[in-house]
Design a protein around this ligand. Structure first.
Ligand code: KIV
Ligand code: NA
Length: 278
C-alpha cells in the first residue's frame, strides 16, 4: 500500500470529492482510522489533550507527551495522509523553536503536514517551515489554544467584520505558503465564501458543508467521551455506554463466578499425573 500524499488530497479537491479527515490519538484509534476505507487523512490533533489525557484544554499538553502519542498513531498508519498539530508551547518562543519542533515531528516519518493555529502572527514561522519543505496546514476561525483571549470556545466570524477578517487571514495563509486551510466553528456562509476564493483545499469542523473536506474528533464521532458534545458534532456510535455496560457485565461474571468458565477459558492438563496429588 502507498501512503496518500498531499497530491492525492489535491486530486480529491480538484475532482470536488469531499476529503474525509478524522483525528486519532493512539495506536488503537489510529488502526480504526486506517481500517476505514473512506478516510483520506488522519489528524493527530492536540484535542488529545482532553480526550486522551484528561486535561481541561489543549494548553496543558506537554510536547514530549504529544510526540509519543503521535508516534503511537503513526505505528498504525499505512495509507492515510497524516496531519500533526503543533501543540501549545512548542512554537511560540521563536521561529527556531517552531522549526525545531516541526522537524522533530516530521522525523517520526509518515507525517505529511503540520498544522498551526493562527495567521499573520505566524507568518515567519510558517515561511520557515515551508522553506524547510514542511507542508503547513493553517488553522483559523476558533483557535482553541487562544481560548483565554477569545473568552471561551465560541464560533468566530459571525458578523460581517469578523467574517471579512477570517477571509483575509485565509488569503494571507495561502499567500505565505500554507498547503491546506482548516476552519473551526465559523458560519457555513463564510466557509463557503472563502473556499470559493482560495485554491488550496479547506477542511472544516463546525464550518458547514461547503468546505473541501470535513474533520471530526474521533472521540466525538464514536462517542468515546462522556462529556456534552458541541453543536457541530455528529456521533455515529456511543462507545462510552457500550464500554461501561460491557465492564459491568464482566464484573458481574467475576462476582458470580461465571467467568472464567472451566471449559472455555482455562488450560486443561496435558497428562493426568497431577491427579495423584489430589
Ligand atoms: O486538535 C484537533 O482535534 C483539531 C480539530 C478540532 C480540527 O485541531
Ligand atoms: Na488542534
Amino acid at each position: 500500500i502507498r501512503q496518500n500524499s498531499l497530491q492525492d488530497l489535491y486530486k480529491l479537491h480538484k475532482n470536488k470529492e469531499p476529503i474525509t479527515v478524522i483525528t486519532a490519538h493512539d495506536y488503537i484509534t489510529g488502526r480504526f482510522a486506517e481500517a476505514s476505507p473512506g478516510i483520506d487523512a488522519i489528524l493527530v490533533g492536540d484535542s488529545l489533550s482532553m480526550v486522551a489525557k484528561g486535561h481541561p484544554s489543549t494548553l496543558e499538553l506537554d510536547f514530549d507527551d504529544f510526540y509519543h502519542s503521535t508516534a503511537s498513531v503513526l505505528r498504525a498508519v499505512r495509507e492515510k495522509f497524516v496531519i500533526v498539530d503543533m501543540p501549545f508551547g512548542s512554537f511560540e518562543e521563536s521561529v527556531e523553536q517552531c522549526t525545531r519542533s516541526a522537524v522533530k515531528l516530521m522525523k517520526l516519518g509518515k507525517v505529511g503536514s503540520v498544522k498551526i493555529e493562527g495567521s499573520y502572527e505566524m507568518t515567519d514561522r510558517i515561511r520557515s517551515l515551508t522553506n524547510a519543505g514542511i507542508p503547513v496546514t493553517g488553522h483559523i476561525g476558533l483557535q482553541p489554544q487562544k481560548f483565554n483571549m477569545l473568552g471561551g470556545f465560541k464560533a468566530q466570524g459571525r458578523n460581517a467584520l469578523g467574517a471579512l477578517d477570517i477571509y483575509k487571514q485565509a488569503l494571507h495563509l495561502q499567500k505565505i505558503g500554507c498547503k491546506m486551510l482548516l476552519f473551526e466553528c465559523i458560519p457555513e456562509k463564510v466557509a463557503a465564501f472563502i473556499t470559493d476564493r482560495v485554491d488550496v483545499p479547506t477542511i472544516g469542523i463546525g464550518a458547514g458543508n461547503s468546505t473541501s473536506g470535513q474533520v471530526l474528533v474521533m472521540a466525538d464521532a464514536l462517542g468515546m467521551s462522556d462529556g456534552k458534545k458541541a453543536k457541530f458534532v455528529k456521533s455515529y456510535l456511543d462507545i462510552n455506554s457500550l464500554a461501561v455496560d460491557a465492564l459491568t457485565r464482566y464484573s458481574a461474571d467475576v462476582k458470580s463466578k461465571s467467568f472464567p468458565n472451566s471449559e472455555l477459558h482455562t488450560y486443561p492438563m496435558k497428562d493426568e499425573e497431577f491427579d495423584e496429588f489430589e
